[in-house]
Design a protein around this ligand. Structure first.
Ligand SMILES: [Zn+2]
Length: 243
């Protein structure tokens, strides 16, 4: 929800002060930028709790139509295998064109607006349960003006055997023109988390142009102490627990 907007009354009051046109436009642009940044921040904070999947198949199936054949998107930035992308348009919204990128090994990589640069997730796998690791978002700004981004991380699905906390829960960043910002997030994985492959998803938004990036988040057990077995002859041998 907007806490502060430009109502007709506000606009009339601004005009009545006889502010020169250029400064008025600048101040309105600044207000709009602040409001959009606030909305981006609210979206980034709220999105993880919405429980949406990165596929969002029901939504896309109803609203989006694949356009053209699937095309090559170059080597996957995670594993190096060939990746592919599919363009999807919304017939009811000609301005809404999204690109869906995937890799045969990593599955879904990006879901973004056509004009947006993919936000990469960097970090080491596997992650040992009970540990804290870092995930870095690489956020590029290919515009010729600074851009404000808001971002958050979450794990797709609601598993009773998975418990994780992200720090910060959501954050905002300003990225300089032509720059790539590296935004670190700490991921605290609870010791009770079961080994497996989960989907860590990054939600990023700028001026309400939102993108999803997905990483296979692999959790393993801590190295277990050796199990000692007593043989029939009384000898004691050790073996490592298999994971
Ligand atoms: Zn890959």
């Amino acid at each position: 929800m907007l806490e502060r907007g430009v109502s007709q009354l506000d606009a009339a009051q601004i005009c009545a002060t006889a502010v020169p046109a250029a400064p008025l436009q600048q101040s309105l642009a600044l207000m709009l930028q602040e409001e959009l940044a606030a909305l981006d921040g609210s979206l980034a904070q709220g999105f993880p709790s919405w429980g949406l999947t990165h596929y969002q198949v029901p939504l896309y199936a109803a609203l989006m139509t694949a356009v053209g054949p699937e095309r090559s998107a170059g080597p996957c930035y995670r594993c190096g295998l060939p990746s592919f992308e599919l363009e999807q348009h919304a017939p009811a919204r000609p301005d809404l064109k999204r690109i869906f990128t995937h890799c045969p090994a990593c599955d879904v990589l990006f879901d973004r607006l056509q004009d947006e640069t993919p936000v990469q997730i960097h970090g080491v796998n596997p992650v040992v349960s009970g540990s804290t690791v870092t995930r870095e978002l690489h956020i590029a700004n290919h515009h010729d003006t600074p851009r404000l981004f808001a971002a958050s991380l979450f794990i797709e699905g609601d598993y009773p055997w998975f418990e994780v906390r992200f720090e910060p829960a959501a954050a905002a960043f300003e990225v300089a023109p032509g720059a790539v910002l590296i935004a670190p997030f700490e991921v605290h994985v609870h010791p009770r988390t079961a080994p497996g492959v989960y989907r860590l998803t990054a939600f990023t938004t700028s001026d309400l142009s939102w993108s999803l990036s997905v990483e296979p988040f692999v959790v393993s057990r801590p190295s277990a102490a050796p199990i000692f077995l007593r043989t029939q002859g009384g000898a004691v041998g050790g073996m490592q627990r298999k994971h």
